[in-house]
Each structure stands twice: as structure tokens, then as C-alpha cells.
Design a protein around this ligand. Structure first.
Ligand code: NAD
Length: 248
């Protein structure tokens, strides 16, 4: 799975699954641009990977702000000319009973997890359409496939990201653009470590393979979809979650 000569954008690349994705795509030969709202962590992540002689840099990005997305895209085109792979990884959720969710919370969760991938994908698609190639991979969640107790709106947003992936895949298939989705289950990242320990234990118990995913295991699935090994695969959703979505 060689990405030599390709340029990849990874949103949310300063931490967790995004950071692992930036590293994995760069190790496969891609030039990688991390886009993240956290300047300090984003610059540190890119610096740490660059020290390992990987071609990674950082440009600030807020996926909930269309002006920020356009500035991000223009800066990357200025630096690298083109983008071959967009990995939509930035996302956020919080476990909370539905009746405690406020309208501000709904909007934040939907803006980040659903409209973020929508807006970032649209920003980079025009050039992909003109060039007749491109890969878009969105990291959604098993919550969007099978639901998740206490993550009601988040599940709705991630389910929306999955349906968006399938419909966009149909629309741009004629331009040789692949659009796919990777769904993590509970994965060992700062986001997950922020939830109470009893919830983390419940997540592990619900997982047939009885452990959390490693961020690199998600990154490997993103790499597969980003590579030419997945050239005839589009509109697909793969769970990397130790069997979490199996019935029973
Ligand atoms: P994380 O918190 O470790 O990393 C998320 C990154 O996104 C951070 O660097 C953060 O600064 C960045 N970010 C947040 N808001 C942003 C914005 N508006 N614009 C740009 N960047 C922004 O989280 P993670 O666990 O690595 O999660 C990555 C993705 O995987 C998310 O979409 C999350 O919903 C999904 N996911 C995670 C798990 C899990 O258990 N960790 C499970 C299912 C799905």
C-alpha cells in the first residue's frame, strides 16, 4: 500500500486516531498535512513525525468554520499543488443522557462530526473531479451503525456521516473518486481516556475481542482505503472494533 508521490490531508491529526493516521500515511510515502484546531498539539505532532524523517507538516484548521477550511485548502494547494487523499478524522463526543443534551450541544456535535466531513470533502472535491482521481476516507463510529448508550446525538451525527459517504460515493464514482468510511469502536485515545473508567470497562466488556483498539489499527484501515489496493471499493463502511457490531 504505497502512497509515494501522493499528498494527504488528515483532519484532527494532532491526536489519537488522526495522529496515527498521519504517521501511517506518511510511512507509506505520502506527504501529509495535519489540519487541527489545536495549534500547539498540531505543530508538536508534525514536528515529532518530521523528526522521524517523515514528510509531515501542520496547518491550522477548524472543520466547523468554512473560512478556515477554505484558507486551509488554499494554503495546501500553495505548498503542494494538489491533494490526493482527504482523511476526515476530527470529531468529538461526550457520554451524557439525551435529556441533558442542550441545543448548543446538539449543534456542536453535529457541526463537528457530520458537517465537518461534509464541508472538508466539498472543499477538496473540485480539484479531484477535474483531475479524475481522489480518495476520501471519513472516520465515523460504530455508534453510527449500531447505536451507543449515552451518545444519542453523536450516533445520529456519525450515522449521518456514514449515509453521506454512501451517497457521495455514488455521485463522484464517475470521476474515479473513492469515498469510504472507517468506523472505530472504543479506541485507546485521549478522547476515550476522558470518559469515566466504569464506561471504559463497559466498552471493553461489550467488545468480543475484549480490548480497546489501538489508534494504529484504525490508521491501517484508512491507509487501505487511501491506497490503490482499494481502487474498486467505494461507498463502503468497515468497522475496526474487535467484533463489536456482531449480534449476540
Ligand atoms: P482525539 O480527541 O484524540 O483527537 C481528535 C482531534 O480532533 C484533536 O486533535 C482535536 O484537537 C481535533 N479537533 C477537534 N475539534 C476540531 C475542529 N473543530 N477542527 C479541527 N480539528 C478538531 O479523538 P480520537 O479518539 O482520536 O477521535 C478521532 C475520531 O474517531 C473522531 O471522529 C471520533 O469521533 C472517532 N471515534 C473515536 C472513538 C474512540 O473510542 N476514541 C470511537 C469511535 C469513533
Amino acid at each position: 500500500m504505497n502512497l509515494q508521490g501522493k499528498t494527504a490531508v488528515v483532519t484532527g491529526g494532532a491526536s489519537g486516531i488522526g495522529h496515527a493516521t498521519a504517521e501511517t500515511l506518511a510511512r507509506a510515502g505520502a506527504k501529509v498535512v495535519i489540519g487541527d484546531i489545536d495549534d500547539a498539539k498540531g505543530a508538536a505532532a508534525a514536528g515529532q513525525l518530521a523528526e522521524q524523517h517523515l514528510d509531515v507538516d501542520f496547518v491550522r484548521l477548524d472543520v466547523t468554520d468554512i473560512d478556515s477550511i477554505h484558507a486551509f485548502r488554499d494554503e495546501i494547494y500553495r505548498r503542494h499543488g494538489q491533494v490526493d487523499v482527504v482523511a476526515n478524522v476530527a470529531g468529538w463526543g461526550k457520554i451524557q443522557p439525551f435529556m441533558e443534551n442542550t441545543p448548543d450541544f446538539w449543534r456542536k456535535v453535529i457541526d463537528l462530526n457530520l458537517l465537518g466531513p461534509v464541508a472538508v470533502s466539498q472543499a477538496f472535491l473540485q480539484q479531484m473531479i477535474e483531475r479524475g482521481s481522489g480518495k476520501i476516507v471519513t472516520v465515523a463510529s460504530d455508534a453510527g451503525r449500531v447505536g451507543s448508550l449515552g451518545e444519542t446525538v453523536y450516533s445520529g451525527a456519525k450515522g449521518g456521516a456514514i449515509a453521506f459517504t454512501k451517497s457521495l460515493a455514488r455521485e463522484v464514482a464517475r470521476y474515479n473518486i473513492n469515498v469510504n468510511c472507517v468506523c472505530p469502536g472504543p479506541t485507546d485515545t485521549p478522547l476515550l481516556r476522558a470518559v469515566p473508567e466504569k464506561h471504559q470497562e463497559a466498552f471493553v466488556k461489550a467488545t468480543p475481542m475484549r480490548r480497546l483498539a489501538k489508534p494504529s489499527e484504525l490508521a491501517d484501515a484508512v491507509l487501505f482505503f487511501a491506497s490503490d489496493r482499494a481502487s474498486f471499493i467505494t461507498g463502503q463502511v468497515i468497522s475496526v472494533s474487535g467484533g463489536l457490531t456482531l449480534a449476540g
